[in-house]
Design a protein around this ligand. Structure first.
Ligand code: NMX
Ligand code: MLT
Length: 435
C-alpha cells in the first residue's frame, strides 16, 4: 500500500507541468482590477494567492478539494463504529485531492502516533509558563521551539537543492501535526491543573488521542465531536489570516514550525480564531446580565447594547461568506443529534434567530450570518471542556492540517518569496491627480 509521501511524489511532477502550462498560457493576462479601496481595505476580495486545497464560495461556503462538508462527512473514512470523518482522511484529501482508503487513513494515524513525542526541553518550556500566560501564546512558543529539530532547516543548511525542498518540508509538516496533541494536552493540563499527560496510544486515531490527552476519551461523543471539529476547522482557502500568515512566513523558507507559529499568532486574534473564546464569554456575560431562559426582547436589548458599546457580536459576520457558514450548520446538526436539550445550545439557537436581523438593521456588517465560531464553544462546554481560553488552541490544532498541506505544495511548486508592493497615500494622490 502506498504511503502519503509516495503518492505525493507521483503527483508533484504533473502539477509542476500543470502550473507551468497555466502560466505560459495566461501568465500575462490581467486578472481583475485593483481598487484603491482594496489597498486601504485589508485587500478584501483582491485576487492574490493560489491554493488548490480548499476554495470558499461566498454563498455556499467551503469546499475541500471540490467537496462540501456533507460530502466529506459521507465520503471520508470513519473510526470503527463512528459516523464523523477522520481528520487523517481530510489531510490526505487536502494533500492529494484524492479520497483515501480506510487502510491509508489507519497508516496515517499510526505514523502520527509514532512521531507524537515532543522534546523534553519543549515540555520544560511549557511547564515553566505561568498559567496566566494565554494558552495560545504557550502554543505558539512551543511550536516555534520545535524548529530546533526541523528537518527542513537542517537540509537547507546542508545545501539541499530547490527541487528537493518538499521532502524535508513534508517531514516537518507530518511531525508538526503529530506533535500538536502533546503540546495542546500539556498546556491544558498545566493551565487548568488536570494532572499528568497520558501517553499516546498508537492503536488509536488522532482525535481519540487528542481527546485522551485532554482527559475526555471515555466520552465517545466528545471523540466524535473532535473528529468533526478538526475536519471542518482545518482549512478555509488561502486568504484567511492564519493560512496566509503561514504561507507568507514559509515563503521566506522559514521551516514549517516557524511558519505555523506565525499562523497561530494570527489565529490568536479576536477577529479570527479567538472569536470562539469570545463567543462563550459573550454568552456567559449575557446570561449573568439577563439571566437564563431570557426572553427574545431581553436578548435583543443585549445585542443592541453590544453594538452601541462599539463592540462586534462575536461569531457573526465574515470577510468572504455572505450566508450562514456551513461549518456552523454542521455543528448545529451535531448539537441537534447529540445535545438537543442543552440550555446553552438553546441560547445559541435563540441568538441565531435574533442577531442577523439586528446586524441587518444596524446596516454595517456585510454578512449578518453566523460563522464557525458561533457554535464550537457550546459543543465543547457540553462535554465539560468549559475552559474558554483554551478553545482557540483546538482551532489551532485543526488549522495545522490546512497550513501544512499548503506549505508542502508551496515548496513542491517552488513558490517564491511573497513581497507585494506597498504605496504611500501621497503616491496614490499623485497617481490619480488630474483625473
Ligand atoms: N458585529 C458588529 N459589527 C460587525 C460585525 C459583527 N459581528 N461584523 C462586521 N461588523 C462591522 C465591522 O466591524 C465594520 O465596521 P466599521 O465599518 O465600523 O469598521 C463593518 O461591519 C463592515 O465590516 P465587514 O466588511 O462586514 O466585515 P470585515 O470583512 O471587515 O470583517 C469579521 C469580518 C469576521 C472580522 C467581522 O465580521 C467581525 O468582526 N466579526 C466578529 C468577530 C468574529 O466572529 N470573527 C471570527 C471570524 C471567523 N474566524 O474564525 O476567523
Ligand atoms: C477561517 O476559518 O479562517 C475564518 O472563517 C476566517 C476566514 O476565512 O477569513
Amino acid at each position: 500500500q502506498q504511503t502519503l509521501k509516495e503518492r505525493l511524489a507521483e503527483l508533484i511532477p504533473a502539477e509542476i507541468e500543470n502550473v507551468k502550462a497555466v502560466r505560459a498560457e495566461h501568465g500575462k493576462k490581467s486578472f481583475g482590477p485593483v481598487l484603491v479601496d482594496q489597498l486601504y481595505g485589508g485587500m478584501r476580495g483582491l485576487p492574490a494567492l493560489i491554493w488548490d486545497g480548499s476554495v470558499l464560495d461566498p454563498d455556499e461556503g467551503i469546499r475541500f478539494r471540490g467537496k462540501t462538508i456533507p460530502e466529506i462527512q459521507d465520503l471520508l473514512p470513519k473510526a470503527p463504529g463512528g459516523s464523523e470523518p477522520l481528520p487523517e482522511g481530510l489531510f490526505w484529501l487536502l494533500v492529494t485531492g484524492e479520497v483515501p482508503t480506510q487502510a491509508q487513513v489507519e497508516a496515517l494515524s499510526k505514523d502520527w502516533a509514532a512521531r507524537a513525542a515532543i522534546p523534553e526541553f519543549v515540555e520544560e518550556l511549557l511547564d515553566r509558563c505561568p498559567p496566566t500566560l494565554h494558552p495560545m501564546s504557550q502554543f505558539s512558543l512551543a511550536v516555534t521551539a520545535l524548529n530546533h529539530d526541523s528537518t527542513f532547516a537542517k537540509a537547507y543548511q546542508q545545501g539541499v537543492s530547490k527541487k528537493e525542498y518538499w521532502g524535508p518540508a513534508f517531514e516537518d509538516c507530518m511531525d508538526l501535526i503529530a506533535k500538536l496533541p502533546n503540546i495542546a494536552g500539556r498546556i491544558y493540563r498545566n493551565v487548568y491543573g488536570q494532572g499528568k499527560v497520558p501517553a499516546i496510544d498508537p492503536t488509536k486515531d488522532y482525535s481519540w488521542n487528542m481527546a485522551n490527552l485532554l482527559g475526555f476519551a471515555e466520552k465517545n461523543d466528545f471523540v466524535e465531536l473532535l473528529r468533526l471539529y478538526i475536519t471542518i476547522h482545518s482549512d478555509h482557502e488561502g486568504g484567511n489570516v492564519s493560512a496566509h500568515a503561514g504561507k507568507l512566513v514559509g515563503s521566506a523558507l522559514s521551516d514549517p514550525f516557524l511558519a505555523f507559529a506565525a499562523s497561530l499568532n494570527g489565529l490568536a486574534g479576536p477577529l479570527h480564531g479567538l472569536a470562539n473564546q469570545e463567543v462563550l464569554l459573550w454568552l456567559r456575560k449575557m446570561q449573568s446580565k439577563i439571566g437564563e431562559n431570557a426572553t427574545d426582547e431581553a436578548v435583543k436589548e443585549y445585542v443592541w447594547s453590544t453594538l452601541k458599546n462599539g463592540q462586534v457580536v462575536p461569531g457573526y459576520g465574515h470577510a468572504v461568506l455572505r450566508k450562514t457558514d456551513p461549518r456552523y450548520s454542521a455543528q448545529r446538526e451535531f448539537a441537534l443529534k447529540h445535545l438537543p436539550n442543552d440550555p446553552l445550545f438553546k441560547l445559541v439557537a435563540q441568538v441565531f434567530n435574533i442577531v442577523p436581523g439586528i446586524l441587518l438593521e444596524a446596516g454595517k456588517a456585510k454578512n449578518p450570518w453566523p460563522n464557525v465560531d458561533a457554535h464550537s464553544g457550546v459543543l465543547l462546554t457540553h462535554y465539560g471542556l468549559d475552559q474558554m481560553n483554551f478553545y482557540t488552541v483546538l482551532f489551532g490544532v485543526s488549522r495545522a492540517f490546512g497550513v501544512a498541506a499548503q506549505l508542502i505544495w508551496d515548496r513542491a511548486l517552488g513558490a517564491p518569496l511573497e513581497r507585494p508592493k506597498s504605496y504611500s497615500t501621497d503616491a496614490i494622490k499623485k497617481i490619480f491627480a488630474g483625473k
